[in-house]
Design a protein around this ligand. Structure first.
Ligand code: PEP
Ligand code: MN
Length: 346
């Protein structure tokens, strides 16, 4: 009987100034062990991810010249694992806007960007409440082909200009590979939507950019699959990642989706990446969005992203789950209180 051994995976962090000869020596050693090495170069560091079966004395490899650090990681996802990188990732969007442990990130805005007037009103609402990130889709993945599909690049350019004037950062969805380049200069965070979480071509393309990427959990996606999607982007060269729990499809029909708050503490344990919660898509019912947002913070989320609009009943999409300004203002106040309470309890 053949014994099947679990793969032994290693992450080797290389010295950024490693010589070609030292790198070749490390690769030769890995090959000798019959491991397959993938080289990963990101904005921050240079790694070799090595996958194989042989038992390896990590110290023996770790002593080779040119290696800063070496770790064994048995999960399928590696670079996003907290077993390897214990310190949490904190993303800096500039102008004092951070996402990650140590602060509560709030992002709000309409499901879809509709007009300059709408953006002006929403941005003023955000500025008044010291919310630094606005969400809003210009390319909308709609279940029906007849529904509003967004203002496209022209809308994004206006969104970007108006946000810059007010010190607001933008998170907006990219739906396909060809949009990555044209959107690049006009976004602060690329959003990968729930319908695209396993669009591996898109994830590969986002691995090549130096902009943060927020990946939403797939509609029927497991936590493990979400982590693997993030691993795609990271191994493609982009470490600037955020994970978003936005509800999954279950047998339950009383709410639009089932917001899986279990995912929050599980993800926080499994990965060093920031985890944020989207209660709007998670429950889909306006009256209950604040409750679930507050629960998300208590579950350990690093931030909340939700839909807000000056007149939700007239919104071009997702009005039934969108807060008006009074509801949004109250929620922001309560989120900050609950976050302070959580810190007190920690
Ligand atoms: C959205 O954020 O408006 C959206 C379409 O989200 P999701 O991909 O989670 O459905
Ligand atoms: Mn929406």
């Amino acid at each position: 009987m053949q014994l099947i051994l679990p793969p032994q995976n290693m992450i080797i962090q290389l010295d950024p100034h490693i010589t070609a000869a030292d790198k070749a020596a490390i690769e030769a050693r890995i090959q000798e062990l019959k491991y397959k090495a993938t080289e990963v170069k990101t904005q921050r560091a240079h790694y070799l991810v090595a996958i194989g079966k042989a038992d390896v004395d990590l110290r023996a490899i770790g002593q080779l010249p040119g290696i800063l650090d070496i770790h064994r990681v048995s999960d399928d996802y590696k670079l996003v694992s907290r077993k390897w990188r214990v310190r949490p990732t904190v993303l800096d969007l500039g102008d004092g806007v951070r996402i990650g442990e140590g602060s509560l990130t709030l992002a709000a805005g309409p499901c879809s960007i509709e007009s300059e007037k709408q953006m002006e009103l929403i941005m003023q609402h955000l500025v008044d409440n010291d919310v630094r990130i606005m969400r809003g889709g210009v390319f909308k993945p709609r279940s029906s082909p007849y529904a509003f599909r967004g203002l496209g690049m022209e809308g994004l350019k206006d969104f970007h200009r108006m946000a810059r004037e007010r010190g607001i950062k933008i998170v907006t969805e990219v739906m396909q590979v060809s949009q990555v380049e044209e959107m690049h200069d006009y976004v602060d965070v690329f959003q990968v939507g729930a319908r695209n979480t396993q669009n591996f071509n898109l994830l590969d393309a986002l691995g090549g950019v130096d902009k943060p990427v927020m990946i939403k959990r797939g509609i029927s996606g497991t936590i493990e699959e979400l982590l693997s999607s993030a691993e795609y982007v990271f191994s493609g060269g982009n470490e600037k990642l955020i994970l978003c729990e936005r509800g999954i499809r279950t047998f339950e029909t009383a709410s639009r989706n089932t917001l899986d708050l279990n995912a929050v503490p599980i993800l926080k344990e499994k990965t060093h990446l920031p985890v944020i919660v989207d209660p709007s898509h998670g429950i889909g019912i306006r009256e209950y969005v604040p409750t679930m947002a507050l629960a998300g913070v208590m579950a350990g989320a690093d931030g909340i992203i939700y839909e807000a609009h000056e007149k939700p009943e007239e919104a071009a999409s997702d009005g039934a789950q969108t807060l008006n300004f009074a509801e949004s203002e109250r929620l922001i106040r309560n989120l900050r209180k609950v976050y302070a309470l959580r810190q007190e309890l920690e």
